[in-house]
Design a protein around this ligand. Structure first.
Ligand code: 8OZ
Length: 363
């Protein structure tokens, strides 16, 4: 199988992508304490502008949405001003960038939240998970269940973040509903024990996602909105009594939305997926007729195969894009890849961020 399937243009909602090699959202923890991105992010993202689409690192929608040290936000004027030159740099280099809208819910720590308040979630169920704070890795704090006012506030925050993303100049937004963060905490019943209209039936557990999409829709049309899900995800202490039923409902819901794309984490780094997992993903895939972006465990040839056989329309690469700013060209010519250095993934400066080499011919 050749790599050519990766380089067929793709209509993704309102956008025309020159290739199907997407940059996955990647948390890098190099923003300032107030959530403004660092100026160096313009270099980092510009270097990767040959991606069919860049999805930004997860970006909190509010102060309560923050769960890790030095992640960026998209809810204040200073943050909007901070993102503008980054987006301009990507556009000037011929690229496209969506903002990943993120609320961590219970995956946070009191030291990261305004006034030291407890994190929020669907239910007051603490995650057996860690986050990183000014003091290194720490256990996540005990959350409180969002009440009706808290849900209303959270929806206002999503809308405000979408407004800010639009003002900053992002080409679209990806709603992060994966990896055990707030929207996943409502979706999956291992956390969601609510007895109101946000809990119980899967239709109820999907209510917050529907409401978030409605509010984000005030600023980005659906053809500039993607959603990320992790149907196999046990990350951040997630579980569901019946993942197939839950994610069948989620895919069917989103299939009716005419989104720019559905982005699915199919495999987690370092975890082999079982045959049952692969079969489940395939059954779910069959439920989604729109543009489908796969992520996790792909290399160039598996990605090209998946696209050629209808398994995906595009593939988002994470770790390979950290280490290879010119990843599409390297995949096209089957060049060697730089190896990512895990020690510089989270936090720090230019090292391991903007200093990975391009191919000699490809500056
Ligand atoms: C790695 C470290 C911190 C956060 C995710 C936003 O898993 C993240 C994340 C990844 O979606």
């Amino acid at each position: 199988m050749t790599r050519s399937a990766l380089f067929q243009p793709l209509r993704l909602g309102a956008l025309e992508l020159p290739n199907r090699v997407l940059m996955a959202p990647l948390t890098r923890n190099r923003a300032h304490a107030d959530g403004t991105p660092d100026a160096l992010a313009a270099t980092y993202y510009r270097q990767r502008a040959s991606a069919g689409l860049i999805v930004s690192e997860a970006t909190q929608i509010s102060a309560m949405g923050k769960g890790y040290k030095d992640t960026p936000g998209i809810y204040t004027p200073a943050q909007v001003e901070g993102w503008k030159p980054i987006i301009e740099a990507v556009h000037a280099a011929g690229g496209r960038i969506f903002c990943q809208l993120w609320h961590v819910g219970r995956i946070s720590h009191v030291s990261l939240l305004p006034g030291g308040v407890q994190p929020v979630s669907s239910s007051a169920v603490r995650a057996k998970a860690q986050t990183f704070t000014e003091n290194g890795f720490e256990d996540t704090s005990e959350p409180v269940a969002l009440d009706k006012d808290g849900i209303a506030q959270t929806l206002d925050d999503y809308e405000q973040a979408a407004r800010c993303a639009r003002e900053a100049g992002f080409d679209g937004v990806e709603v992060h509903s994966a990896n055990g963060y707030l929207l996943d905490q409502f979706l999956q019943d291992g956390v969601n024990r609510r007895e109101d209209e946000y809990g119980g039936s899967v239709d109820n557990r999907l209510r917050l996602l529907r409401e978030v999409l409605a509010r984000v829709g005030a600023h980005f049309p659906r053809d500039r909105t993607g959603v990320r899900l992790s149907p196999l995800g046990q990350a951040n202490d997630m579980s569901d009594a019946d993942p197939e039923a839950t994610f069948t409902a989620a895919y069917k819901l989103l299939a009716g939305y005419d989104l720019a794309y559905l982005h699915v984490i199919e495999q987690f780094f370092g975890q082999d997926s079982s045959e049952e997992d692969a079969a489940l993903l395939k059954r779910l895939r069959g439920l989604y007729p729109g543009t489908y972006v796969g992520n996790g465990g792909y290399d160039g040839s598996r990605a090209a195969d998946a696209i050629a056989n209808g398994g995906a329309d595009a593939i988002a690469f994470g770790r390979p894009f950290i280490a290879n700013p010119d990843l599409p060209e390297r995949l096209r010519i089957e060049a060697d890849l730089n190896e990512p250095d895990q020690d510089t993934f989270y936090g720090g400066g230019a090292e391991g961020y903007t200093d990975y080499p391009f191919l000699a011919s490809n500056h």
